[in-house]
Design a protein around this ligand. Sequence first.
Ligand SMILES: [Zn+2]
Length: 105
Amino acid sequence: MKDALRSPAGCPVCRARLRGSPRCSRCGADLTALMLLAAHAYILRRAARQSLRQSDYQAALASAQAAQRLHSTAEGTLLCILSTAAASPLSEQPQKTARNLADLR
Ligand SMILES: [Zn+2]
């Protein structure tokens, strides 16, 4: 599953596009806390993928959901769906698929 550390889409104050700087280039807002949240979410998604590889599906789901609460991304949504399916006791197939997808980078 391709994933990257992404900055939030826009400045929460003026909606200017962010350029990876801890200060908004338009309004000067301090974006440090926002960037730290995005970085923490990235680390949680990485932990979720690792948990999938180790067949710890409940831990994967918990990490994926925590990441989405901090900074929602499209990749994080997919990770939540995969983790939910893998954590389901109904079938083994979603677990194999989730492990395989967690290995894709
Ligand atoms: Zn701004």
